[in-house]
Design a protein around this ligand. Structure first.
Ligand code: GLN
Length: 246
């Protein structure tokens, strides 16, 4: 199958490399019409305002919204999650266009600036295999968003513990020992959103999880899934080195 990766900006190379490790062709998507040839789409991390401006320049928003509404699987990581959210707060003056579809509110830079980026062990039961494999996942959070509110149809897949003064987002400088949980991964039907960057780890379980969603939707709708074993397909990623900078 061919999975598209929005390749306007950000960590699209790393997603394509992760897909390749699982034997799946990743196609770099830069034009609206390319969406017609893919079974599913990954919107990578990066900088959501920049990505939104580029998507606007390329007139991609109507096609992206249509893709989501058609029920095609879409996974947004970090900036990609912001793209998919129905509502984002903490945007630059003037706001930014969103694709929407995921019934949640995200805070764009919930955890702070670039230097407050961090890694955390997350417990994700959905990632454990039937043989009782591990359910923990090392999340890489780079100037990451968080999900503040979710609608009734949204399933919470992962949370991270943060000090309560952070979770309530108050300006208090007091350091509380109390920990609150903040939502960092969700699923709603065909849509998957993670506030962290699985593509920057060697662990491909999130990519496998998404590909399972893709095959389930494919089976349910008998939709067009392009079979491709051609490693020289146009636009396909040719590098496996992690070179991501948000
Ligand atoms: N690593 C990331 O994708 C950061 C996203 C960033 N917070 C934004 O607004 O776009």
């Amino acid at each position: 199958m061919t999975v598209g990766v929005l390749a306007l900006q950000g960590s699209f190379n790393e997603h394509i490399a992760a897909l390749r490790r699982l034997g799946v062709t990743g196609l770099e998507i830069r034009r609206a019409e390319q969406l017609q040839s893919i079974a599913a789409l990954i919107i990578p991390g990066g900088e959501s305002t920049t990505m939104a401006k580029l998507a606007e320049c390329h007139n991609m928003f109507p096609a992206l919204r249509k893709f989501v509404k058609m029920g095609k699987p879409v996974w947004g990581t970090c900036a990609g999650l912001i793209f998919l959210a129905n509502k984002a707060i903490g945007q630059k003056a003037g706001g930014q266009e969103l694709v929407g579809g995921l019934d949640c509110t995200v805070h764009r830079n919930f955890f702070g600036s670039q230097i407050q980026s961090f890694e955390a062990d997350l417990s994700i039961p959905h990632l454990a295999d039937k043989e009782g494999g591990p359910s923990n996942f090392r999340g890489i959070f780079i100037r990451a968003p968080a999900i503040l509110e979710v609608g009734p149809e949204v399933e919470v897949l992962a949370e991270v513990s943060v000090p309560s003064n952070k979770a309530t987002n108050s300006n208090s400088s007091e350091c509380s020992q109390e920990l609150n949980k903040v939502i960092v991964a969700v699923k709603q039907g065909n849509l998957l959103g993670t506030a962290f960057h699985p593509e920057l780890t060697a662990d491909t379980r999130w990519h496998s999880y998404f590909l399972k969603m893709v095959s389930e939707v494919g089976e349910a709708t008998s939709s067009v899934v392009t079979a491709s074993g051609d490693s020289s397909a146009p636009g396909e990623h040719k590098y496996d080195l992690p070179i991501f900078l948000p």
